[in-house]
Design a binder for this molecule. Structure first.
Ligand code: ADP
Ligand code: SF4
Length: 695
């Protein structure tokens, strides 16, 4: 199969300095929580993307020196030669598939912990570090600047030795990079030739670019990653200064990789922005330079990509999240299978890997991070060794993913869903407008299942235990989900709150189903992820007076890990939602809720017409329990196994439900024990771990 005629432009080569890409698909640098700590996991993940058709596959940010130590985050390092094997591992995987490998070298300046190195942080001018632990960064003197230029040069030379094709100079993402800190008046109060006017503030960036070109520019392409706007107006990088900077450095790099800052604006969650949202900020760059330009915008539609190129916005289609959700996106477009793209939903579950320091996971792509340690490939799965049939009960994310992966393995699958439409909790939650794009989780799987001849799908089919057995499938996967509890049990309340008038307490499902609610509503968040804030937003948009209460010190606190928190805080305040933190529900009476301070117990009573507790969910496991009570009847109907998956086994995120469904399908009729669950990277003898020199 070949690409749609209109999409052929996406497969043209692009020259970047001494290198040429095989097409316009460019995986920009993105962190993954694997980095130097889980190098094989990282390398295999990058290799799979190269296999999926990305012409360029880059690392995440790679620290050049122990004064830029991000511990406990798990990113790349290139401090000395002992780091090279990790890089070679990745470069080789990328080159195996005829793609170019890029490395994003960084010094993070004052945006570091240095918990491992215990060295003082460096900054353009003395200032507190970003770790907020009473630690100050040292203002750099001339010898520090000279040393920094040397570290960048050494790292560039090492990068070339590791085999990288594209070497980044990184001045983006606001406060995260030292070279960007030098550009900004709020960090740079120097009075020498590196501070003051813009020419001076750009000087170090220019010097590092020139040094890098001088060191490796004959063999490697030099990319400059630059944030053209911090969306802070006069206080930050803004259009006027960015235009001057791009104008003055226009022809120096071989490639401009441009975006907006901070990271939460760059990897904008779908709740707060759509595909291509950066265009208005970055589009001037291509008019200012003759060098190729790459940019991101959570691009998943080939038509949008083509439009970006034809309208002269970008030369290369940059992607982090779309390449995570579907590493084979380029190949699918090339093969005329765009309808099969597993589109990123913009939930940013993937960014939590960096914040929490674990191997990244993805809501849409359950194989992400499992390529090496479990041998899971996003497009390949072992064929079924038997003619067994499988009944999947429940068409939420776990049931849908299980059915799809089982069908890919060649099993005959029957999928039965009680509701009139597939999707389960995804269908419910995406009735909230801000979460609408998350429906791609069920849309993709529902569409793919509709193309399969070995899957029979039934809706409006709530099955009883008797009916399950009558269907006579060899294996039964129970994916019946979970329901929100209304007894207030949650992370804070381990016991139910008794005595609440039932008409005062609305389950989240009541709001999600669009039932009429009247008056002032309290949303109580003891779940700490996205749903309570999304319900509060939805109710406020609908004209309700809303108060959001949480026992936590912050609302939706886990969404710091998904880059949603600042946006949520802003939007709720703009909508006039009253926010009360550090308070737990004590009692609910007719038209009022009494709250107690979590520290001193001081009570406050708030008059409301209803309360929506978003606290915890209970598995819908009645069907499973019934089946487990009658195991003697299974064999009469040919049933060999009954297994709970997804929320009916353990309520969790949508990502966990998809993963659970996938794991079930992968492991059906295969031996699984502790040792085959996943491989660990602690075999020092087979991987060339090198002892570093003392630094
Ligand atoms: P998960 O996140 O684990 O996929 P969901 O709650 O999203 O779980 O989906 C569970 C689905 O199972 C819901 O759509 C629900 O209607 C369906 N379901 C629950 N019980 C039955 C049943 N007995 N027969 C068929 N479908 C059921
Ligand atoms: Fe997209 Fe969510 Fe997957 Fe990240 S986790 S790539 S935002 S679907």
């Amino acid at each position: 199969m070949s690409p749609d005629e209109n999409h052929k432009i996406l497969f043209e080569p692009v020259k970047i300095g001494p290198k040429t890409t095989k097409n316009r698909f460019y995986q920009v640098p993105h962190c993954n929580g694997m980095g130097h700590r889980w190098p094989r996991t990282m390398a295999e993940m990058r290799g799979v993307k190269a296999e999926g058709g990305w012409a360029v596959v880059c690392t995440e940010e790679c620290s050049i020196h122990p004064t830029s130590d991000l511990t406990p985050a798990t990113l790349m390092r290139l401090w000395d030669d002992s780091d090279l094997p990790v890089h070679e591992l990745m470069v080789n995987k990328v080159h195996e598939h005829d793609a170019l490998a890029g490395i994003q070298l960084v010094h993070n300046g004052l945006s570091v912990s240095n918990y491992l190195s215990r060295m003082p942080a460096l900054a353009p001018s003395a200032a507190p570090t970003e770790t907020s632990n009473s630690t100050q960064a040292r203002g750099m003197d001339k010898s520090d600047i000279k040393a920094l230029r040397g570290w960048f040069r050494d790292a560039a030379l090492r990068s070339r030795r590791a085999g990288y094709d594209i070497i980044y100079v990184y001045a983006a993402h606001g406060i995260m990079t030292l070279l960007f800190q030098f550009l900004l008046k709020r960090f740079n109060q120097r009075t020498d030739e590196y501070g003051g006017n813009l020419t001076n503030r750009v000087r170090l960036l220019r010097e590092v670019l020139e040094d890098t070109k001088d060191a490796v520019g004959h063999d490697c392409a030099i990319a400059l990653r630059f944030a053209v706007d911090e969306l802070l107006g006069e206080d930050g990088m803004n259009k006027a200064e960015a235009q001057d900077i791009v104008g003055s450095l226009a022809e120096l790099p071989d490639l401009w990789d441009v975006n907006v800052a901070d990271w939460g604006n760059d990897s904008l969650p779908s709740r707060f922005g759509t595909e291509g949202s950066q265009e208005e900020y970055i589009k001037f760059v291509k008019q200012t330079t003759s060098k190729p330009v790459v940019g991101v915008g959570r691009f998943t539609s080939p038509d949008t990509m083509v439009s970006q190129i034809k309208r002269g916005v970008l030369d290369l289609i940059g992607a982090a999240r779309p390449s995570i959700a579907d590493p084979f996106l380029p190949n699918k477009i090339q093969q005329g299978r765009s309808d099969e793209i597993r589109e990123c939903i913009g939930c940013n579950m993937c960014t939590s890997g960096d914040f929490v320091a674990y191997p990244m996971r993805c809501t849409q792509n359950p194989t992400m991070g499992e390529e090496w340690r479990k041998g899971w490939h996003p497009e390949k799965i072992s064929k079924a060794a038997s003619n067994d049939s499988v009944l999947v009960v429940g068409g939420g994310p776990s049931g849908l993913e299980a059915a799809l992966a089982l069908s890919n393995r060649g099993y005959d699958v029957t999928l039965s869903e009680a509701a009139s439409e597939l999707g389960g909790r995804v269908l419910q939650e995406t009735s909230l407008k801000p979460l609408a794009e998350w429906k791609r989780v069920s849309d993709h799987r529902t569409y793919m299942l509709s193309t399969r001849s070995n899957v029979e799908t039934y809706v409006d089919s709530a099955l009883t235990a008797e009916q399950v057995l009558e269907l006579g499938c060899t294996h039964v996967a129970i994916a019946t989900g979970a329901r929100w509890q209304t007894n207030f049990i949650g992370a804070h309340h381990r016991q139910p709150i008794l005595g609440a008038p039932p008409e005062m307490v609305l389950a989240p499902e009541t709001i999600l189903s669009g039932s009429a609610v009247s008056g002032k509503v309290m949303v109580y968040d003891d779940d700490h992820y996205y749903l309570a804030s999304a319900i509060a937003e939805h109710l406020a948009e609908a004209g309700h007076e809303v108060v959001l209460v949480t026992p936590d010190a912050d609302i939706a606190s886990w969404t710091h890990n998904t880059l949603e928190n600042a946006h949520i805080q802003t939007r709720l305040r703009e909508l006039g939602v009253a926010i009360i933190c550090n308070h737990a529900v004590k009692s609910v009476k007719q038209k009022s809720v009494t709250l107690a301070c979590v520290y001193i117990g001081a009570e406050t009573t708030v008059g409301v017409d209803a309360i929506v507790p978003v606290t915890s969910r209970k598995s819908t496991d009645g069907l499973y329990s019934e089946l487990m009570e009658i195991p003697q009847q299974w064999s009469d109907h040919g049933v060999q196994s009954v297994t709970r998956i997804g929320d009916s086994f353990a309520p969790g995120t949508i990502a966990m439900a998809v993963y659970s469904g996938h794991a079930y399908a992968r492991n059906l009729n295969t031996p699984t024990d502790y040792h085959t669950l996943f491989k660990r990277e602690n075999d020092f003898d087979t991987h060339k771990f090198l002892e570093s020199p003392r630094i």
